[in-house]
Design a protein around this ligand. Sequence first.
Ligand code: RM4
Ligand code: MN
Ligand code: MN
Length: 396
Amino acid sequence: MDAHKSKRILDALETFRIELPSWGFANTGTRFGKFIQAAAATTTEEKFSDAGQVHLLTGVCPSVALHVLWDCPEGVHSTEEIKKFAERYRVLPGSINPNLFQDQEYKYGSFGNPDLLIRQRALQHTRDSIEIARRLHSRDISMWFADGSNYPGTANIRERKQWFTEAFRESHQALSPGQRLLIEYKPFEPAFYHTDIADWGMALLLCRAAGPQARVLVDTGHHYAAQNIEQIVAWLLSEDMLGGFHFNDRRYADDDLTLGSIDPYQVFRIFHEIHYFEWETGKRADIAYMVDQSHNLKGKIEEAIQTVTVAQELFSKAALVDGRELAAAQKNCDLVRAESLLQDAFATDVRPVIQEWRDSKGLPKNPMEAFRQSGYLERITKERAARNSRSVSSYA
Ligand code: RM4
Ligand code: MN
Ligand code: MN
């Protein structure tokens, strides 16, 4: 590879950071049950410890996303403890995810619940989450809703839209300067007839209504199978409304598989739209790159390392597309030339340059190998096995 290309990759790697989810280190499963892993994290502290390992070996995961219900059992009072974990394991608290879907009260919705008291409760939880974020110096509050309905005619869709609009406006008022409200959409599941925030357009309208610090969050698994996600990304970029991603891969629905495991070219095309935007505008897109995966079968820390490695590779490949050449080919309607610029970049083996970059940072060239040799997995397996074996789960 020529020096010019290597430099493009090295520059791209300097800017690329990925946030891992705390829940990716815990035992999670499907609605049919969980296969328990002896080494899974059983506490918030253990999640920080595992995330810290991934950051230690990859150097690009300085923060971990937290779910308030699962990671902050004492609400705002959990923040002092979390700060200690952050210091101990050298990984910062990242986006704060309020939990508006697990409590019994939310059976018929949270912001969209017909019961005013439950809507108020959901709003209060959101305000508390914003306060948690403020105390932890977290920038983003990331909101995902299970709200919706399962049967036609059972919900007033317009009224619920209005309730959502109001609740987001009020939530936005609680933000500190510099904080952001990220609104995530999803077309179905757990609601199977209508979901209140079903797509990026609905999320965008709610962001606009909420206020200037709201942005759309794109979870790659939250689309219909044939949807053109990179086009959504391009539109949100051009509107300055793209706040961040939840990366994962999928084959059928919201499968939460490892990034790039099914369709790496899809992820490449998303990264390409971002690089192209940055080249054209001369400014850095202000995007939180986060992972939202559920590691059911593979080892959790190994899957996190695999995800980060693949993300770096695809981001680097996309950085190889020359913006100037692409713009010229597009202008001349030279379709084959334009398309092959993407194809050639995608086909390039960027791994040697990424290894060079890691080496220059004092990081292991092969983080997976380094993890396997570190002894960390053996140690935590011993420490956590008994606790994990007590955790049982069944569907019915
Ligand atoms: C949802 C969505 C959210 C995540 C929950 C647990 O499908 O992706 O981001 O917080 O799952
Ligand atoms: Mn998500
Ligand atoms: Mn999801």
